[in-house]
Write a protein that binds this ligand. Structure first.
Ligand code: NI
Length: 228
């Protein structure tokens, strides 16, 4: 399941974030790639331990915590500190087809996080650059994604994906991984769809015995499948 969640950040928040990160020191993006990714990755990132990345990442985590759609779709157990990347026209920066590593060490700790859900939060607008589409291959086919600044795309970390070469301007995004309480993508999607249907039922008909019963089943399924 790919899910577009609009307005994770406001335009003002994006502008403030861009001013902070644009002024920071960027490094070669290959520092966080695995053996396969390193061969196809050509971009720049803020270092994982950079003060600016940690500070701006916290703002993103706060915005996610306040977003009901993100919670419902990702069912997050924990989320890695967000990273930041940029792809420039100079050098036609790109990240070829790859798969995200299944486990990542949480910076500054001995903990490992299983990557179940990948997210890309756009910090630039589609008009700012040509190319740079995020292309995700999942069981339903191939999807091209390019979203307005402040919007987020969420996709299963199990999918093959790439960022097409940027041929004009610059693409600036944040990206991060979430370990979900429900590791299986199909089960997670099913829970999300049930939750959406219940919300829509309540909007149309108010509280009913049926909506209440379905809410009970939703939570019992989540209880059955959740691991934290
Ligand atoms: Ni990736």
């Amino acid at each position: 399941m790919l899910l577009h969640i609009p307005n994770i950040l406001t335009r003002e928040q994006v502008a403030t974030m861009r001013a902070a990160i644009d002024a920071a020191q960027w490094v070669d993006g290959r520092t966080t790639a695995g053996n396969q990714g390193v061969l196809v990755k050509r971009n720049r990132q803020l270092p994982e331990n950079s003060a600016v990345a940690l500070e701006q990442g916290r703002i993103i985590l706060q915005a996610l915590a306040a977003n009901g759609q993100f919670f419902s779709a990702a069912l997050p157990a924990r989320t890695m500190p967000p990273l930041f990347n940029r792809y420039a026209e100079a050098g036609n920066e790109t990240y070829g087809t790859h798969v995200d590593g299944a486990a990542r060490r949480v910076p500054g700790s001995d903990l490992w996080l299983r990557t179940d859900v990948s997210s890309t939060l756009f910090l630039c607008d589609p008009e700012d650059y040509d190319g740079g589409e995020l292309v995700v291959e999942d069981t339903y086919g191939t999807h091209e994604v390019k979203l307005p600044a402040g919007d987020l795309i969420l996709y299963p970390s199990t999918s093959l994906h790439r960022v097409e070469p940027v041929t004009r301007g610059e693409r600036v995004c944040s990206f991060f991984w979430t370990q979900s309480m429900v590791r299986d993508t199909a089960k997670r999607s099913l829970l999300f769809e049930i939750d959406q249907a219940i919300t829509s039922l309540r909007t149309k008909h108010g509280e009913t015995a049926e909506a209440l019963s379905l809410t009970g089943h939703y939570h019992n399924l989540l209880r059955m499948w959740a691991e934290t």
